[in-house]
Design a protein around this ligand. Structure first.
Ligand SMILES: *[C@@H]1O[C@H](CO)[C@@H](O)[C@H](O)[C@H]1NC(C)=O
Ligand SMILES: *[C@@H]1O[C@H](CO)[C@@H](O)[C@H](O)[C@H]1NC(C)=O
Ligand SMILES: *[C@@H]1O[C@H](CO)[C@@H](O)[C@H](O)[C@H]1NC(C)=O
Ligand SMILES: *[C@@H]1O[C@H](CO)[C@@H](O)[C@H](O)[C@H]1NC(C)=O
Length: 494
C-alpha cells in the first residue's frame, strides 16, 4: 500500500487514492449465520468481538446452505392498486420506489492478516439503528479447486461513530476466516454480501453483493504483515474542509515534522480544505516524503457526521496499520507537546505496554494576544508565538485526543478507539498534552483580535493566563523548517 502511495506521489504529487469502485453487480443471495447481537457495538469491549468472530462457521459453510439460497429479489416498480375485498372493505396497498440511502457505500477494504480483513464504508443510518442488516464475507480464490473452495463467514459489524451519523453512519465490517486465505499468493477476491434483512421492507431481504478487494496473483506477501513498521509515528488526519489558513497549516506541519522526527509520516485527507495556497504550504513536505495527501472530496456526496470524519479515520487506520508503530489522531488546530526535558520517544517507550493512550487538552484563546513587545511586529509572528493565553477554567470536561498501536486496533474513533485488544491509559497528564487553538485554522485573517498587556485576564467569565510554552518552541521550529525545506514558505500569508 505504502509503496503504491509513494509511486503515485512521485508521479503526480497528490495521491488521489479514492478507491470507491464498489461494483454492485452480482445479485447472489446467501443467507447465513448471523452475528447480530449488535445495536450499539461501540460499547462492546474487544473481548466480545473475539467471541463473536470465533462463532464464525467453519470452512464449508457456503456449501452447507447452498440449497436454501433464494433467488435475487428485484425491486419492482409495478404499481399495486388498492382493491375492494368484500363488503366494501378496501385493502390499501403501498408502493415503494427507489431507496433514499445506500445499503452500503464502500470506501475501502484492507487485509489485517492472513485470515482477516476490514471493510470500511457507510450505510443508511436508520437501517443500522432500527434494523439488523447482516454481512457475509466470502473469499473466492482465482483458481478454485476442491481443496481451495470458496469460503464464507459471518462478517462482524462495528459502528464506530457513537451514533453521530446523519443520513449515513460508518460501518467497519471485520471479516475473519477460520484459516488464512490466499496465503500462498495465488490471488483471489473478497466479496461481501450485505443484506438488509427486511429493514427497508419486511417483504424483502435485499442483498447486495459487493466486490470489496481483489488480489492479483503474487500481490499478497504475508511477510509484509510481520515486518517492523516503516514509521515510528503516523498521523491520521481528519478530513480538511473550508477556507483554511495557509500560515496556520504551515506552522502546524513544521512543528509536528520537527516534533515527531524523521521516522514520522502525515496522512492528510482533503475534503475540500486543501485549496491552492494550502497546497503550496504542503507541497515541500510532500516532496520531502513527510506528507501523503488523499483526495476524499467525493465523500461529500454522502451526508454523514462532520465530512465523514469517522469514515476517514478508519480508512487511515486500516490502510496504514502495518506501517507505523504508533498512530496519532488529532486535528490541525492542535499541537502535541511533551515537557522540554523529554522527547516523544521517551513518552511512547514508557507507554508501550498500552495499546492506547489519551492526551489531555490545554485550551488556548483564539483571539487574545500578548502585547509584551513591539505591537507593530505582532502581525508577522506565528500564531503559536502570539496566541499565548491559556484558558484555566476548572471543572470543564475537555476533549481528549489519542494515540494507538494500530496492529492491536480493529476500528477507531475521533477521541479514542473502543475496539482493540490490550489496555488504554488516560494517566498521561504531565507526560504529554496538546495545545488547542480552536477555530484559528479555519479563518484567513489575523487571529489577534485583542491585545492584552497583563499576564492574567478574565474575558467573558473565563480566566486566562499567559503560557509561553509554544512561543518558546517557535524559534527551533522556524529553524527546522528552513533547514528542511529551505526558504520557500517565508512569504506565506494568513
Ligand atoms: C477482526 O477481529 C479479530 C478478532 O477480534 C481480530 O483478531 C482481527 O485483527 C480483526 N481484523 C481486522 C482487519 O481488524
Ligand atoms: C466460487 O464462487 C464463484 C462465484 O460465485 C463460482 O463461480 C465458483 O463456481 C465457486 N467455486 C466453488 C469451488 O464453489
Ligand atoms: C529520553 O530518551 C533519551 C534518548 O533516547 C535518553 O537519553 C533519556 O534518558 C530519556 N529520558 C527519560 C526521562 O527517560
Ligand atoms: C496596558 O493596557 C491598558 C489598556 O489597554 C493601558 O491603559 C495601560 O497603560 C497599558 N499598560 C502598559 C504597561 O502598557
Amino acid at each position: 500500500m505504502a509503496k503504491h502511495d509513494e509511486q503515485i506521489q512521485k508521479r503526480m504529487f497528490i495521491g488521489v487514492v479514492w478507491n470507491c469502485a464498489g461494483e454492485l453487480k452480482l445479485l447472489l443471495s446467501a443467507l447465513l449465520f448471523l452475528c447480530s447481537i449488535i445495536t450499539l457495538v461501540q460499547f462492546f469491549p474487544a473481548r466480545d468481538l473475539r467471541d463473536c468472530a470465533s462463532l464464525s462457521p467453519p470452512s464449508a459453510a457456503f456449501d452447507l446452505v447452498s440449497d436454501t439460497v433464494t433467488a435475487p429479489t428485484e425491486v419492482q416498480y409495478k404499481k399495486i392498486e388498492d382493491v375492494v375485498v368484500n363488503n366494501g372493505l378496501i385493502k390499501r396497498n403501498f408502493n415503494g420506489y427507489g431507496s433514499a440511502a445506500y445499503n452500503f457505500v464502500l470506501m475501502s477494504a484492507y487485509r489485517g492478516g492472513g485470515d482477516t480483513f476490514a471493510i470500511v464504508g457507510l450505510s443508511s443510518k436508520p437501517l443500522q439503528l432500527f434494523s439488523k442488516p447482516t454481512y457475509v464475507c466470502q473469499w473466492i480464490p482465482h483458481h478454485a479447486t476442491v481443496d481451495k473452495e470458496n469460503i464464507t463467514v459471518a462478517g462482524y459489524k462495528i459502528l464506530p461513530d457513537w451514533g453521530y451519523g446523519r443520513v449515513y453512519t460508518v460501518v467497519v465490517v471485520n471479516c475473519t476466516f477460520p484459516y488464512p486465505v490466499g496465503a500462498d499468493g495465488s490471488g483471489g477476491r473478497l466479496v461481501i454480501h450485505a443484506s438488509t434483512s427486511g429493514g427497508g421492507d419486511t417483504n424483502r431481504d435485499l442483498t447486495d453483493t459487493i466486490e470489496a478487494l481483489t488480489e492479483t496473483p503474487g500481490s499478497f506477501d504475508a511477510s509484509q504483515l510481520e515486518a517492523p513498521p516503516k514509521y515510528e509515528y503516523l498521523y491520521c488526519g481528519s478530513p480538511l474542509y473550508g477556507d483554511l489558513s495557509p500560515q496556520r497549516v504551515r506552522e502546524w506541519i513544521a512543528y509536528h515534522a520537527n516534533f515527531f522526527g524523521e521516522k514520522s509520516h502525515f496522512v492528510i485527507y482533503d475534503a475540500g480544505g486543501v485549496h491552492r495556497d494550502v497546497m503550496e504550504v504542503l507541497r515541500p513536505w510532500v516532496e520531502k516524503g513527510y506528507v501523503t495527501l488523499q483526495d476524499v472530496k467525493e465523500e461529500e456526496r454522502f451526508d454523514g457526521y462532520y465530512h465523514n470524519q469517522f469514515l476517514i479515520v478508519n480508512d487511515c487506520l486500516h490502510r496504514y496499520r502495518f506501517m507505523a508503530k504508533w498512530m496519532f489522531f488529532f486535528d490541525v488546530d492542535e499541537f502535541i507537546f511533551v515537557p522540554k526535558e523529554t522527547t516523544i520517544k521517551n513518552v511512547t517507550d514508557s507507554l508501550s505496554g498500552f495499546t492506547q493512550f489519551t492526551i489531555e487538552q490545554r485550551t488556548m484563546s483564539n483571539k487574545l494576544c500578548y502585547l509584551d513587545d513591539n505591537p507593530g511586529r505582532i502581525y508577522r509572528k506565528w500564531g503559536m508565538e502570539k496566541l499565548v493565553y491559556r484558558d484555566t477554567k476548572r471543572g470543564v470536561r475537555r476533549d481528549r485526543k489519542y494515540a494507538i498501536q494500530p496492529r492491536n486496533v480493529f476500528a477507531t474513533g475521533v477521541h479514542m478507539s473502543q475496539n482493540f485488544k490490550g489496555r488504554t491509559t488516560h494517566k498521561t497528564d504531565g507526560k504529554i498534552t496538546y495545545y488547542h487553538y480552536h477555530g484559528t485554522i479555519s479563518e484567513r485573517r489575523e487571529p489577534c483580535r485583542q491585545l492584552v498587556n497583563v499576564t492574567e485576564k478574565y474575558v467573558d467569565g473565563t480566566p486566562y493566563v499567559v503560557d509561553t510554552t509554544m512561543r518558546d518552541a517557535a524559534d527551533a521550529v522556524k529553524r527546522f523548517e528552513v533547514r528542511t525545506i529551505g526558504q520557500v514558505l517565508l512569504k506565506t500569508r494568513q
